[in-house]
Design a protein around this ligand. Structure first.
Ligand code: PML
Ligand code: MG
Length: 268
């Protein structure tokens, strides 16, 4: 690894609405190509063409970068978004989240977690027992930053995902982000579904369950989506957790298994 890596962050908006965001952790030689890719993504996004694009590059000393592992991907196939949300609730409960907190988080994401019923730019923080929302700013939320795959891990992951028809940027980036979130002290689980109107998948991730991908978590055309991180407050101080999620650099150099589809039985 060179002495310095670069945290590259992109955020795009149109008329104040969040369109797209992305995070990379890269060698200087790869910055230009990655920045162009992110600008193109923002300009051709299914949530609308970006009007303002913010790119930020910060140097990160390599000695501060921890290494990590991706969780195993389990591929749950459901017949409807209603069945998907029921499964998400069950998985959250299996991860140690109270039923009421799980239901409340699902309802809040579905209604648009930011003020005015929009999607947030970052994630909600939720008390895993009471369901109380803990993030300081309900429009911004917590933005997980400074994480990426090493080049070798990315190549291996793409190859493995391709065997299952899952080699798209949503899966790669969501797995990378979830790896950092579930490695955080005091985080019991994450719930996510996409805010892109044409992408219906999402997941529940936890240290014990791994990355539980669910193919269908919302109706077609729905733009309300996002992320919730469930916290055990007895294990961590909130300020420390937020600063770890936003600032601690993590380069993932080990990938996990990708399991074949598992079909969900029962009511659609
Ligand atoms: C997003 O990219 O908007 C979030 C996608 C979450 C699901 C990714 C997957 O298909 O596993
Ligand atoms: Mg999106």
């Amino acid at each position: 690894m060179p002495n310095i890596l670069n945290s590259l962050r992109m955020r795009a908006e149109c008329e104040g609405k969040h369109i797209s965001g992305a995070e990379r952790l890269l060698e200087t030689a790869d910055l230009g190509t990655a920045a162009v890719e992110l600008i193109e993504r923002a300009l051709n996004h299914p949530r609308g063409a970006a009007e303002k694009i913010y790119l930020q590059v910060d140097p990160v000393p390599a000695r501060q970068v921890a290494t990590g592992t991706l969780p195993d991907l389990h591929n749950h196939q459901v017949g409807s978004w209603q069945q998907g949300r029921k499964l998400a609730q069950q998985l959250l409960e299996a991860a140690g989240i109270s039923r009421s907190a799980a239901i409340k988080a699902l309802q809040t994401l579905a209604a648009g977690a930011a003020p005015g019923g929009n999607s947030m730019r970052g994630a909600m923080l939720i008390d895993a027992a009471s369901g109380e929302r803990l993030e300081a700013d309900q429009a911004r939320g917590v933005r997980v930053s400074r994480m990426d795959l090493s080049c070798a891990a990315r190549d291996r992951l793409l190859q493995r995902l391709k065997e299952h028809g899952l080699n798209n940027s949503h899966v790669v980036e969501a797995l990378t982000l979830a790896a950092k979130v579930i490695a955080a002290p005091g985080v019991l689980a994450e719930l996510c579904w996409s805010d892109d109107p044409d992408y219906l998948a999402g997941y529940v991730a936890s240290p014990q369950l791994g990355y539980r991908r669910i193919n269908h978590l919302k109706p077609v055309g729905e733009e309300r989506g996002g992320r919730a991180f469930f916290i055990d407050r007895s294990q961590v101080e909130l300020g420390e957790l937020v600063s770890w999620l936003e600032q601690a650099p993590l380069l993932i150099d080990q990938i996990g298994a990708v399991h074949p589809p598992q079909f969900c039985q029962g009511e659609r």
